[in-house]
Ligand binder design. Structure first.
Ligand SMILES: Nc1ncnc2c1ncn2[C@@H]1O[C@H](COP(=O)(O)OP(=O)(O)OP(=O)(O)O)[C@@H](O)[C@H]1O
Ligand SMILES: [Mg+2]
Length: 260
């Protein structure tokens, strides 16, 4: 049984300038324990897709089952079973790391003592153990990102959706995060869907890649299969593969946001 099964998922925004077709039609199947990378240029529809899958945004078309619950019929059930780390972190700068984590636990209805214990456990796992009493405003970018991820793990969700979790992290912190994602999968069977603009990261971490462009899935497969199909060899670079699929280099895609 897939943990995510989406068909024809779509979202059109109504704006003063007219409709924006952010996601036109996304079919997505993710199996339990998979690490799936969502790739695509700026404005492709990755964040909009994740926000729909986590019930933060209502689809305007299509249907999906997430962690055994129907997206539209049981959004609360979906929310209980997935953790979401948004593209730009949402932590409150005025509280400490400990307070932020305990509050998150309480939001998920943990008892006080359990929330405190879980905060300490998560902080340890994310390398924040020594920073529990630091105000979140004083965290570095990488520490803040790790706090975002700790918050997404508070309720031990079987499915974790991470939107650009490593943007702004130094190379060492990035690799620590890869180890964390692999560890969650290996130790708890957690399924992880993440977006990234770092193709080396997608290559190293993801079992399978889904490339979105213009609100549509334009390619998907294992990194080796995508390379073979689009760049001529399973040993080709993912950079050349991305260029062949989207017609843009990832750097150019980052430099020139596409607005539909
Ligand atoms: N609330 C909104 N109202 C109008 N348009 C929106 C809204 N949210 C997103 N869009 C548009 O939908 C499209 C897809 O945006 P989305 O954030 O999903 O892209 P993305 O693939 O995550 O891009 P990036 O790599 O830059 O994060 C863009 O053209 C964006 O401007
Ligand atoms: Mg995005």
């Amino acid at each position: 049984m897939p943990i995510i099964s989406a068909s024809g998922l779509a979202r059109t925004f109504t704006t003063k300038a007219g409709p924006v077709h952010a996601v036109r039609s996304v079919d997505l199947t993710v199996m339990p324990g998979e690490i799936v990378g969502l790739l695509g240029p700026n404005g492709a529809g990755k964040t909009t897709t994740l926000r729909m899958l986590t019930t933060l945004l209502a689809p305007t078309g299509g249907a999906a089952t997430v962690a055994g619950r129907d997206l539209t019929a049981d959004p609360a059930g979906v929310r209980e079973r997935c953790g979401y780390v948004a593209q730009s972190g949402g932590v409150d700068p005025h509280v400490t790391v400990r307070e932020e984590l305990v509050t998150q636990g309480r939001l998920y209805r943990l008892g006080k003592a359990e929330a405190v214990a879980r905060a300490a456990g998560l902080a340890g796992r994310l390398g924040l153990g020594g920073l529990l009493d630091r105000r979140t405003a004083a965290l570095s970018g990488g520490q803040r990102r790790r706090l975002d991820i700790a918050m997404g793990l508070t309720h031990r969700p079987p499915l974790l959706l991470l939107d650009e979790p490593t943007t702004g992290l130094d190379p060492g912190s990035r690799e620590d995060l890869w180890d964390l994602v692999r560890g969650l999968r290996d130790d708890f069977g957690t399924t992880v869907v993440l977006t990234t603009h770092h193709l080396d990261e997608a290559d190293a971490l993801a079992d399978r890649l889904v490339v979105i462009d213009g609100g549509l899935v334009v390619a998907e497969g294992t990194p080796a299969a995508l390379k073979a199909a689009h760049a001529g060899s399973p040993d080709a670079s993912l950079h050349d593969t991305f260029l062949a699929i989207t017609g843009r280099t990832p750097a150019a895609a980052e430099a020139a946001p596409v607005t539909v």
